[in-house]
Design a protein around this ligand. Structure first.
Ligand code: ZN
Ligand code: ZN
Length: 240
């Protein structure tokens, strides 16, 4: 498990309450918990509403038992399993989580076909994973997901995959493998396109505002402002 160091606790819908859902995270992190899961070290995020104890999990790539334990420790009821894209390192625990909680699986329609090809995709990396059930609903541009007092808005950010999405709420955005701290997502997988990725980042993510905290699918958090200025690929001083 990692804890996230960058939240300042002063802004954003998610940090209004003084109750703490995840007592083992750092002081100001009230209701977002990151677990780094699986052999490819993907970030799985649990977001909980402190009022209703309803929760969503973004990108349960592996280690369902750890995710379920974390939900149970905070007495959270899982309502939604949201996949930022269909790569197996982000969806590999969909089935186990759904079997245990009956939460709804949500993914963009263009990446939904990947959900029943996970075992083949993982095998190409020499790994094993279970296929996912099909989505209960699909998420397209501007669709929202609400649980408790939290609403996540869908931003279609293709490029890493055709159906890549980011989930935005006041002050925060979960971007999957579209944008990283100091880097951008790979586009050499099937369906990837570098120009599309750059357009998604510049036209859909950088416009969210410099103060927005970015939760990527791998490695640590960053902010839109940091990447807009300094990202070596897409920032103001970058090469593109
Ligand atoms: Zn990916
Ligand atoms: Zn990934």
């Amino acid at each position: 498990m990692i804890t996230l160091p960058v939240l300042n606790g002063k802004r954003g819908l998610l940090l209004i309450s003084v109750k703490r859902l995840f007592p083992d995270t750092k002081e100001n992190i009230l209701n977002i918990k990151a677990l780094t899961v699986g052999p490819i070290q993907a970030n799985c995020y649990i977001i909980g509403c402190e009022d209703t104890l309803e929760a969503a999990v973004i990108d349960p790539g592996a280690e369902a038992d750890r995710i379920l334990l974390s939900l149970a420790e905070s007495k959270l009821k899982l309502k939604f399993i949201i996949n930022t894209h269909g790569h197996f390192d982000h969806v590999g625990a969909n089935k186990s989580l759904k079997d245990a909680t009956r939460a709804q699986i949500l993914i963009h329609p263009l990446d939904a076909p990947m959900l029943n090809q996970l075992s083949d995709a993982a095998a190409s990396w020499g790994l094993a994973t279970e296929n996912s059930p099909p989505p209960d609903k699909t998420l397209e541009e501007d669709d929202t997901v609400s649980f408790g007092n939290i609403t996540l808005k869908t931003i279609h950010t293709p490029g890493h995959t055709p159906g890549g999405i980011s989930l935005h709420t006041d002050g925060y955005v979960f971007v999957g493998d579209t944008l990283f701290a100091g880097s951008v997502g790979r586009t050499d997988f099937p369906g990837g396109d570098f120009g599309t990725l750059v357009s998604s980042i510049k036209n859909k993510l950088f416009v969210l505002g410099d103060d927005v905290t970015v939760f990527p699918g791998h490695m640590g958090t960053t902010t839109i402002g940091q990447e807009r200025r300094y990202n070596p690929f897409v920032g103001e001083r970058g090469v593109l």
